[in-house]
Design a protein around this ligand. Sequence first.
Ligand code: NAP
Length: 276
Amino acid sequence: MDVFGLLGNPVGHSLSPPMHEAAYDELEVDGRYVTFEPAPDDLGAAIEGAQALGVAGLNVTIPFKQDALAHVEPDDLAARIGAVNTIDFADGGDSASDAADDPPTGHNTDAAGVRRSFAHHDVTLADRDAVVVGAGGAARAAAFALADAGATVHVANRTVERAESLASELPETTAGGLDSLETRVPDADVLVNATSVGMEEDRSPVPAETLHGDLAVLDAVYRPLDTRLLREARERGATTIDGAWMLLYQGVEAFELWTGRDAPVNAMNEALRARL
Ligand code: NAP
């Protein structure tokens, strides 16, 4: 049996176990997906212990995504984003004994979560004007995903210095405060809300009057699924993509990294949405 899991604190309400176990059921993979809550100082020991026990793969969530970088061999994208949300223990060497000696590889599948959410909705990103609202972990993944896909990115964040810092790491990327949304969103093709505004509350970080019918809007917030931003965008004719798509596709990407198989996207999506 292959053991997969999630490192975070807290992880009690995580939707990853049912989503991944639905994939194992669908493809008849002999696997289990379990959650772990190490103490903050024990992250390195937890990862080493998982490797010693033969755990196949781990997801990593708050508060460990940045600190996990120091305990893995990050791929290029995870290193650039500065956060790891998926650890693969299997590909550290050519054989099981080699793999046991090498650090596991670290990936950031939140970026693929953004890219594949747009692809699923037939939204192309190359040569498009994109606005990312936020400059935290989700925003960094979104900004790198959009820029790598060929979009021109503007980062708008409450704390302008964080937006400027993120923009300086990407080609042709501009930055501003939330007030820059007034001028940037009307001309944008793609918008991602990667702030926590709208989570468990009926607020939107984007002025409703800036939204329009040529826009595709992804809200990373998934509680609630239908945020005020998405409602207001839909009312103005925009394509709307809820946060469960991003959550789904980061999990799909992790499953595919770990198993080398195409993930059963529909089964994983159904399991996820049944719990939201
Ligand atoms: P984070 O690193 O803590 O970043 C939070 C961001 O929200 C920062 O840009 C922060 O601005 C901004 N913010 C917070 N409160 C604000 C307010 N009152 N007004 C304006 N801006 C505010 O968090 P994160 O990990 O990036 O997560 C952000 C959201 O994305 C959360 O809702 C999370 O659940 C969601 N998320 C979803 C997925 C998914 O798969 N769907 C994946 C990851 C995260 P400052 O820099 O000014 O503080």
